[in-house]
Design a protein around this ligand. Structure first.
Ligand code: GLA
Ligand code: ZN
Length: 676
């Protein structure tokens, strides 16, 4: 169970900020919550200023009242520590809490997520506040979890960070000789003689704008700075965690992640968290595969453990370029999509719309009209009713996948800091291209880290594994030797952990497993491409085309054009009892779908079922049985032939194996499998 206490359903609720309102609306809020079947509220996310109005003054009167209010109304609480925005007095008195930007500009008080992660003041007072909250409220039985700060992120380049960076480097490298080696400072005469000569990599030193992307002259230092910032914020999280655990070791602790957020190594973070929670705000025009992949990433952070959908908007997100409405049914559909991928709670930002500042036009259960006669309220109340009826039947369900996609933050940073070979190198896009194929084939896939155990998988794909870290090649070798299928792509295996090239031919440490070596790579400008044939059909090869030689592998396809026509573009290598595949260029969704289908067939991985393209299919299972989720993301009614008999938990409808299930646009079915 992810939560503290007696939780027997998918919790439903979200951020609630009654402190932004007069008490006269509180009782009305409670009435509306009951009507919408809200049972959990995230409190106290941005209240530091009122909880600690001065350095030695704490004031919990208002929070006491709010805690009483929600407790008297039977609500569970996800209690935040309020440390994602420091109070104004603190910024004035202790400017070390203020961040310095990438261009060296020292910030003044303002905004949020604004504290320097290496500020002694921030660290001291954030942990102190967290401790006081735990001491004061910890024994209230309705706190289901601690919510530390909020959406950690951003970066800082101040002097405290610079000092702390040097300490971090000493810890990592021990000696300056080793640091100089790891960063290859012999290049451009950058040798460091003293630790104090190391400065933060920003626009004042190694980094620069290249179009709208940030580039660096020294990948080693920039990469280490990313790691350092991620670690620094993790330390802040840990200090607060320790403070609350001191009083309430039984209450689980989390912080809300942001899916594929590049700034923090969530795989490393998740090891310090009791459960993962995240905020899902799909960009305007995003396809359902993107949210699905983010959910799978979040589930993978703790090896398949259920997670919490901490925030999503009931309808609009004020900060999007176009604050389009979620069409009728979409909020429900996306909520169930989270559950279908492993979420055990459905939560929102937020319960009541504020009247001031930048989020006053963000979606909420209760909007400015102030009553329940709105489309959004009705849809939320209806979903709340459904979740209440579902009870605990789906809780703690796990998804079983025999295919995995490897995702690695260091690799993401390193691949995209690389000066060359192409501005079209985008790690996320490469992952998504492969993910989409699994999604469309209804083949469950886990998104895993290089630290995870590979033994349960039949197929491991590692798109654009530019950095193959120490030990990961050994793990892959063992996996393939033992009968596993492994697939990787162009721009893989180039460098080791410090972004230093592994010499002897690309893809470095992966050469022997793949049975190839890459001599050159041709970066094609946008719109240009080569071609190849696969299964009798023609597909595109673009972005980067490797010119490779076979060293034991066989060519499954070759380039059709240019001076490298006839050279392999897709290869397979029998290695031990398994096989390793290499895709030497970027292709299109049509190719990936065909190829992944063939690979899965050969690896003995079967889809959950066949279904029309618009229907997303997943499976979760727990002690209560197996649950098949069908989600119609399309604009029309769709029909799918069921691979099993089952009972729809939402409608009560019963189906036999082989029967057709009709699903209206944006509708969802959750079938308890009865006959396989
Ligand atoms: C984030 C934050 C919330 C709120 C929402 C608005 O997810 O965590 O405080 O600002 O965005 O979309
Ligand atoms: Zn700083």
């Amino acid at each position: 169970m992810i939560w503290n206490g007696d939780v027997k359903k998918i919790l439903y609720g979200g951020d609630y900020n009654p402190e932004q309102w007069g008490e006269d609306v509180w009782e009305e809020d409670m009435r509306l919550f009951r009507k919408a079947h809200i049972d959990v509220v995230t409190l106290n996310v941005f209240s530091w200023a009122s909880l600690q109005p001065g350095e030695d003054v704490y004031d919990f009167t208002k929070l006491d009242k709010i805690m009483d209010l929600v407790s008297d109304n039977g609500l569970k609480v996800c209690l935040a520590t309020s440390t994602a925005a420091h109070p104004a007095w603190m910024a004035r008195k202790y400017p070390d809490v203020l961040r310095t930007e990438h261009n060296g500009m020292r910030r003044k008080f303002g905004s949020r997520h604004n504290s320097c992660p290496n500020s002694p003041t921030y660290r001291k007072y954030s942990a102190a506040l967290a401790g006081r909250l735990a001491e004061r409220y910890g024994n209230r039985g309705n706190i289901v979890a601690w919510h530390i700060a909020n959406e950690y992120g951003g970066e800082c380049y101040c002097e405290n960070c610079e000092k702390a960076f040097r300490e971090w480097l000493k810890e990592r490298y021990g000696t300056l000789e080793e640091l100089n080696r790891a960063w290859d400072t012999a290049f451009w005469g950058h040798t460091f003689y003293e630790w104090e000569e190391v400065v933060v990599p920003n626009l004042q030193s190694e980094e620069f704008y290249w179009g709208d992307c940030i580039r660096t002259n020294f990948q080693g230092i920039s990469l280490d700075y990313r790691r350092f910032i991620s670690d620094s914020m993790l330390e802040c999280y840990r200090l607060e965690e320790e403070a609350v655990k001191k009083y309430t070791p039984w209450i689980p602790v989390t912080t809300n992640f942001m899916g594929f957020y590049k700034g923090l190594d969530y795989q490393k973070w998740a090891r310090s968290m009791d459960f993962v929670s995240w905020d899902n705000y799909p960009a305007y025009g995003a396809v359902p595969e993107q949210a699905a992949m983010a959910h799978d990433l979040m589930r993978g952070l703790k090896q398949g453990m259920p997670y919490v959908l901490m925030e999503q908007t009931p309808s609009v997100s004020n900060w999007h370029t176009y604050c389009a409405l979620k069409r009728p049914g979409v909020m429900r559909l996306w909520s169930y999509q989270a559950v279908a991928h492993g979420a055990d709670a459905v939560m929102f930002f937020q319960m009541r719309r504020s009247i001031g500042a930048c989020e006053k036009y963000h979606g909420a259960l209760i909007d400015h009209a102030g009553h329940e006669n709105t489309r959004v309220f009705r849809e939320m109340a209806a979903l709340g009713g459904e979740l209440e009826k579902l009870g605990d039947i789906l809780l703690e369900g796990r998804s079983k996948a025999r295919a995995a996609i490897v995702m690695d933050w260091d690799n993401w940073w390193a691949a995209e800091y690389s000066a060359g070979p192409s501005k079209l190198i985008h790690y996320y896009e490469e992952l998504l291209a492969y993910y989409k194929a699994f999604y469309r084939l209804n083949i469950p896939v886990d998104v895993i880290s290089v630290e995870d155990d590979l033994s349960g998988y039949a197929l491991v794909t590692a798109p654009m594994l530019y950095m193959c870290k120490d030990g990961f090649d050994g793990k892959l070798r063992k996996f393939v030797e033992g009968g596993g299928f492994f697939l990787t792509t162009y721009f893989s295996g180039y460098v080791e952990d410090h972004d230093l090239v592994v010499t002897g031919g690309y893809p470095g440490r992966l050469k022997d497993i793949l049975g190839i070596w890459v001599e050159e790579s041709d970066a094609l400008p946008e719109g240009e491409g080569n071609r190849f044939l696969y299964g009798g059909k023609e597909y595109r090869a673009e972005i980067l085309c490797d010119l490779l030689h076979l060293q034991g592998a066989e060519a499954l396809s070759v380039y059709e054009e240019d001076f490298y026509a006839g050279m392999p573009v897709l290869t397979a290598h029998s290695y031990g009892k398994g096989k390793a595949f290499y895709m030497a260029a970027r292709s299109g969704d049509d190719f990936y779908e065909e190829f992944i289908k063939d690979l899965c067939e050969e690896a003995g991985i079967r889809p959950i079922m066949e279904a029309p393209q618009q229907i997303e299919v997943t499976m979760r299972e727990n002690g209560n049985g197996k649950f098949l989720f069908l989600l119609n993301h399309g604009e029309d009614t769709q029909e799918a032939v069921l691979p099993c008999g089952g009972e729809d938990l939402l409608t009560g409808g019963r189906y036999g194996k082989g029967e057709k299930l009709r699903l209206g646009k944006k509708d969802v079915a959750i079938l308890k499998v009865l006959t396989e």
